[in-house]
Ligand binder design. Structure first.
Ligand code: MF3
Ligand code: CO
Ligand code: CO
Length: 257
């Protein structure tokens, strides 16, 4: 898991370095595909439940699962690139939202809130904490920032399979929902999707993959794969340097408070 997660992190760093105005999402797909294969790994998205490409590219109002194609990047766009690498029998899953040129204040806000939401989620992970603690702290924060948290898609266990139990909601769960305790050795993703407006989303009727905000306002997302430890967690997809075009400090609150 450490190796596949670090490969995914490295590929995401490469994407950040290469993004520019006028590039197509197909070119991002080629970049990710070739970098993954060069490592002797496989891009997990390709043919996953029929997904046609090697990476998800989600621009502006696209929440997640955007399919790479001829669409060009424009100045002011935000784009989430979600890389999942399969190596040695294990999947590593990580994503970030990037700015194309200088972002509008709204684009910067929703992206900053999504990045911080992930950091806060990570900060409560430790053996004995509950999965529901993650969504509780994320939702509380995102609402104070005037944004919405997507409810239709959640974080997930990951390992030999791309998506496993437990589900990791980014919102406060009802008290009746299953809310397992974290155990040292568990590995799952945290991947909050934060919307500038309503939390409600819509699935593209034609391609059955692309998810958009119902109100077509901006959405941003960051994702890490994390390993639960006795005292906190290890961010398996932590990057060895800062991402270009995402302005993150990458100071993760990896230790439990
Ligand atoms: N990487 C996404 C996640 O974080 C899943 C993408 S599934 C795909 O869970 F088929 F769209 F690639
Ligand atoms: Co994921
Ligand atoms: Co992902």
């Amino acid at each position: 898991m450490r190796v596949s997660c670090q490969m995914a992190a490295e590929t995401l760093l490469l994407v950040g370095d290469k993004l520019r105005v006028g590039m197509t999402t197909e070119e991002i797909n080629t970049l990710v595909h070739e970098d993954t294969v060069r490592r002797g790994a496989t891009p997990s998205p390709l043919n996953y439940h029929g997904f046609p490409k090697s990476v998800c590219t989600s621009i502006n109002e696209v929440v997640c699962h955007g399919i790479p194609g001829p669409q060009k990047l424009h100045h002011g766009d935000i784009i989430n690139v979600d890389v999942t690498t399969y190596y040695g029998g294990f999947h590593g899953d990580t994503s970030a939202t990037f700015f194309i040129g200088s972002p509008s204040p709204e684009a910067r806000h929703v992206t900053d809130v999504a990045r911080r939401a992930l950091e806060l989620g990570v900060s409560v992970v430790r053996e004995g904490a509950r999965i529901g603690d993650i969504g509780a702290i994320i939702e509380e924060y995102v609402h104070t920032q005037g944004c919405g948290v997507v409810r239709d898609y959640v974080g997930h266990g990951i390992g030999r399979k791309f998506h496993t139990d437990p589900q990791v909601p980014h919102y406060k769960m009802p008290r009746t929902a299953p809310n397992p305790r974290m155990k040292a050795g568990m590995i799952f993703t945290i991947e909050p999707m934060v919307n500038l407006g309503t939390w409600e989303v819509e699935l593209d009727a034609r391609d059955k993959w692309t998810v958009r905000t119902k109100d077509r306002k901006l959405s941003a997302q960051f994702e890490h794969t994390v390993l639960v430890t006795r005292t906190g967690c290890e961010v398996l997809t932590r990057r060895p340097r800062m991402l270009a075009n995402s302005e993150e400090s990458d100071v993760m609150l990896a230790e439990a408070p």
